[in-house]
Design a protein around this ligand. Structure first.
Ligand code: C5P
Length: 228
């Protein structure tokens, strides 16, 4: 076995707004590990498809796009808010739009697109370790992960968080609309035939509805210390 795939992995899966992104970044920072934002890859595929006028359901062309995605994560080891470049353009903020989120969930339901992104995601597993954030990190991408966490929260709380997040970024959005879009995205992510959103049988499930971020990070670190 090479050194590359013996680096420890902690997977953080769960639906949008469960706190995955924030918890994963803080965790990676505290441990001094690498960080994989797998959702960003699906968002990038959706954005590239929009740029190239490829229909989101055109599996052959979307898969080809995913396999050859010209993307660069400008890593920032301080706050892990890396700048993301797609075909030479800084799309860090653009991919966070609801349009890219919805598009991501459409292309993510295409089996060959998921397959095309597999190796790219696994390449993030490097010493000293990796925190991987997504929907299928523990079930499909890193099934042998050292620790698997599944975060949940009520849909209302998740919508409220996303609303605040977008507002903080200066995007004006309606809470009811976010709630509707979240329900739509949850349904599509959970119902798809490949890698549906579900907790791995060996994952630790943490409900974040009323828990603060620091509390959740602490809980994950305790789980990690118990295993290492
Ligand atoms: O986490 P984020 O909201 O950025 O993910 C956008 C979409 O990408 C999700 O709704 C989901 O459909 C898809 N996704 C996925 N598998 C992952 C990460 C994201 O299917 N590992």
């Amino acid at each position: 076995m090479t050194e590359l795939n013996t680096a420890p992995v902690i997977t953080i899966d769960g639906p949008g707004g469960s706190g995955k992104g924030t918890v994963s970044r803080l965790l990676a920072r505290q441990l001094g590990w690498h960080f994989l934002d797998s959702g960003a890859l699906y968002r990038l595929v959706a954005l590239a498809a929009i740029h190239h006028s490829i229909a989101l359901g055109d599996e052959f062309n979307i898969k080809t796009l995913a396999a050859h995605l010209d993307v660069e994560f400008e890593s920032d080891e301080v706050d892990f808010e890396a700048r993301i470049w797609l075909e030479g353009e800084d799309v860090t903020e653009t991919i966070r739009s609801e349009e890219c989120g919805q598009g991501a969930s459409v292309v993510a339901a295409l089996p060959s697109v998921r397959q095309a992104l597999l190796a790219r995601q696994r390449a993030f597993q490097e010493p000293p370790g990796l925190v991987a954030d997504g929907r299928d990190m523990g079930t499909v991408v890193f099934p042998a992960a050292n620790l698997k966490i599944y975060l949940t929260a009520s849909r209302e709380e998740r919508a409220r968080r996303r609303h605040k997040q977008l507002n903080d970024k200066g995007m004006s959005v309606n809470l009811q609309r976010i709630l509707g879009e979240l329900a739509e995205r949850d349904a599509r992510d959970s119902a798809r035939s490949v890698s549906p959103l579900k907790s791995a049988p060996d994952a630790v499930v943490v409900d974040t509805t009323t828990a603060g971020i620091d509390e959740v990070v602490k809980r994950v670190l305790v789980e990690w210390q118990a295993r290492s």
